[in-house]
Every structure is written in structure tokens, then in C-alpha cells.
Design a protein around this ligand. Structure first.
Ligand SMILES: CC(C)(COP(=O)(O)OP(=O)(O)OC[C@H]1O[C@@H](n2cnc3c(N)ncnc32)[C@H](O)[C@@H]1OP(=O)(O)O)[C@@H](O)C(=O)NCCC(=O)NCCS
Length: 214
């Protein structure tokens, strides 16, 4: 349970989901929500203020970065850490995490997810509803896994990648883990059967490159 005030950075759809997750896993209400573009209102009866206001009113507080967009969440997380806020890690009740798996600070693990043997999850990662991560999967910092992503064993997802709703990633082996490159984007419903280059958008069954993000 959190023992001191915490803030949620974001006030949109994902933030409301994080609020629900925080209520059940921390058993506390956030002090405020942060929205730099639309403050001075309430969401779910909680005051919304700007980040600049939070710096003066809640310096050094605990914080949850609750923005679904991967590059934006990375930017906000790094700024909050460098300004002295402390990221909280959330794990929904009932989520199974193997005793030899690890979850980095600031990451959010939503309901219905299973995290198996020797899985390593970095910082500021979202693992959304009903994901399945089999043995020897690594997820880099700031990645986003949308609902119902399935990673078979031996998959390495590099930092800043986004995996769309219902995507399935297979074909890694202990000798050659399947690699999703840095900042890659996997389209919803894709079946990934081969490495994906960094900064590349892929989609389809099997997944094929659509365009570059660079
Ligand atoms: C992959 C994706 C990013 C592409 O978006 P986009 O760049 O706007 O691409 P477009 O919608 O213009 O589609 C381009 C082509 O790719 C195809 N395509 C797009 N998404 C696809 C998908 N998920 N699977 C298969 N084909 C797809 C389109 O049919 C189109 O084909 P065409 O050129 O033959 O007509 C997007 O469709 C997607 O899947 N987003 C993920 C949504 C999601 O899971 N959100 C949660 C994130 S946390």
C-alpha cells in the first residue's frame, strides 16, 4: 500500500484505467491528476492540475505516469524522475508473476496477465489487460503492450516498442530470441514470426513492414 500522497500524470482514458488499478492495488486515492492542456476541472471527483503546479505543491511525491502513447509516456517519465518524483509500480490483484521474473519501477501490470519464468520487464512499461508472457521474454524500458498481447517464449522487445491489441509473437528460440527492435510498432492482430527492425511499423498475418517511424 502507498503510504504517502501519489499523483497520476494524465487525465484521459488510460489515466482512468490506471486510477481504477491504483484504487484496488494501492487502496488509496491519488492527491491529484495532472493534465498540462486541460487543468482546472475534476475527473472522477479528483482535482486536475498542471505538472508545473504539481512541482510546487507535491515536490518529491510518488507518481504514476498514465499516458498510453509510448513516446509521450517516455518523455513524461524521464522528466518526472529527473525532477525528483518517485515512480510507483502497479500490479493488479490476481496477476501471476513467476518468482524468478522481474518488473521494473514505474511499470503497470493490468488484470488478467500472466508473466512466466525468467521474464524481465523494464521501467515505465504498460502490460495491459490479459497479456501472456511466456518464458525468457524481455521487455525494454518504456514499452507498451496493448490488451491481449501474447509472447511465446524467447522474445526480446527493445525499449520504446508498442505492441498493438491482440498481437501474437512467436518463433523465438533459446539460441536466437525473436527480436522486436527499438521503437518498433506492431499493428493490432498481427502475427509476428520474424525479427522486426527498429523504428519500423509492421502489421498483418504474418506481419510485414508498412512504414518506417524514423
Ligand atoms: C498498424 C497501424 C499503426 C497502421 O496505422 P496507419 O499507419 O494509420 O495505417 P493505415 O490505416 O493507413 O493502413 C495502411 C495499410 O495497412 C493495413 N493495416 C493497417 N493496420 C493493420 C493491421 N493491424 N493489420 C493488418 N493490416 C493493417 C491497412 O489495411 C492498409 O492497407 P492498404 O494499404 O492495402 O489499404 C494501425 O492500424 C494499428 O494496428 N494500430 C494499433 C492499434 C492498437 O492496438 N492500439 C493500442 C495501442 S497501445
Amino acid at each position: 500500500m502507498a503510504t504517502r500522497p501519489f499523483l497520476i500524470y494524465g487525465a484521459g482514458g488510460h489515466a482512468r484505467e490506471v486510477l481504477g488499478l491504483a484504487r484496488v492495488s494501492l487502496n488509496m486515492e491519488p492527491a491529484v491528476l495532472l493534465d498540462d492542456f486541460n487543468p482546472c476541472r475534476t475527473v472522477s471527483n479528483i482535482e486536475v492540475i498542471t505538472y508545473a503546479d504539481a512541482l510546487t505543491r507535491f515536490a518529491g511525491a510518488d507518481i504514476l505516469i498514465a499516458v498510453g502513447d509510448t513516446p509521450a509516456r517516455k518523455r513524461l517519465y524521464l522528466r518526472a524522475v529527473s525532477d525528483g518524483f518517485t515512480p510507483l509500480t502497479l500490479r493488479a490483484p490476481g496477476v501471476w508473476i513467476s518468482s524468478n521474473a522481474s518488473v521494473g519501477r514505474g511499470s503497470q501490470i493490468f488484470f488478467g496477465t500472466a508473466i512466466s519464468e525468467n521474464v524481465v520487464i523494464g521501467e515505465n512499461v504498460i502490460i495491459n489487460f490479459h497479456c501472456s508472457l511466456s518464458h525468457d521474454v524481455t521487455i525494454g524500458d518504456h514499452c507498451t503492450l496493448a490488451p491481449r498481447v501474447t509472447c511465446a517464449g524467447n522474445v526480446a522487445i527493445e525499449s520504446g516498442a508498442t505492441i498493438g491489441v491482440g498481437a501474437t509473437i512467436i518463433n523465438g528460440s533459446a539460441q536466437k530470441p525473436l527480436k522486436i527492435g527499438k521503437n518498433a510498432f506492431i499493428g493490432a492482430g498481427s502475427l509476428v514470426i520474424a525479427d522486426v527492425a527498429a523504428e519500423t511499423v509492421v502489421a498483418g498475418v504474418p506481419a510485414r513492414p508498412l512504414k518506417s517511424r524514423a
